[in-house]
Design a protein around this ligand. Structure first.
Ligand SMILES: C[S@@+](CC[C@H](N)C(=O)[O-])C[C@H]1O[C@@H](n2cnc3c(N)ncnc32)[C@H](O)[C@@H]1O
Length: 166
């Protein structure tokens, strides 16, 4: 399997998990403190993973493309008018036929997180017109600091990168 990008990796738990499975991983975040913690965890655990500062709206600056891109808890933090820029930025680093996984707060259960997202919003944000196809949107849970161990209601969207259809 090819390289993985974790967009908005925070302190790196997901990136480190993926790296521990033997995959090449780059975790990016705007928060230098989070990146420093992620690098320290990688060192402590003896896991090889790369972490770099990057703005999720300017991922093309990485100059790299990935087979798989992860977004755990970032997409839902952006307002509707910010989403097209973020989605285009994700497209610039995802290989054709690559897969993006988005885990975001969902709107279909009570006690969800701030800025819950609907399935319709996901399908509208990632569409054939901008080079994406939503393959699946499944109910899941998202761990947060302010929910119990069961986490918050979430959607796990599996989204394929495709050619732009006009
Ligand atoms: C809710 S945390 C999720 C962290 C990690 N993905 C996880 O699941 O634990 C969202 C992360 O996105 C980062 N972030 C917010 N805006 C960003 C941006 N424009 N570019 C890159 N990272 C951003 C934050 O610094 C934070 O670490």
């Amino acid at each position: 399997m090819g390289a993985v990008l974790d967009a908005g990796c925070g302190t790196g738990e997901n990136a480190l998990h993926v790296a521990s499975l033997g995959l090449a991983v780059l975790g990016v975040d705007v928060a230098q403190t989070a990146l420093a913690i992620a690098r320290a965890k990688a060192g402590d655990r003896g896991i090889e993973a790369e972490f770099a500062a990057a703005d999720a709206f300017e991922l093309e600056r990485l100059g790299r493309r990935f087979e798989t891109v992860l977004d755990c808890g970032l997409f839902h933090s952006f307002d509707g008018d910010e989403r097209p820029g973020y989605v285009a930025s994700l497209a610039s680093v995802t290989k054709h036929d690559g897969t993006l996984y988005v885990l975001c707060f969902s709107d279909d259960r009570p006690d969800t997180g701030p800025h819950p997202v609907s399935q319709e919003e996901l399908i509208a944000a990632f569409n054939p017109g901008n080079g994406w196809n939503v393959a699946a949107v499944e109910p899941d849970r998202l761990q947060t600091r302010y929910h119990d161990d069961n986490g918050a209601p979430a959607w796990l969207a599996t989204i394929k990168r495709s050619y732009i259809r006009r």
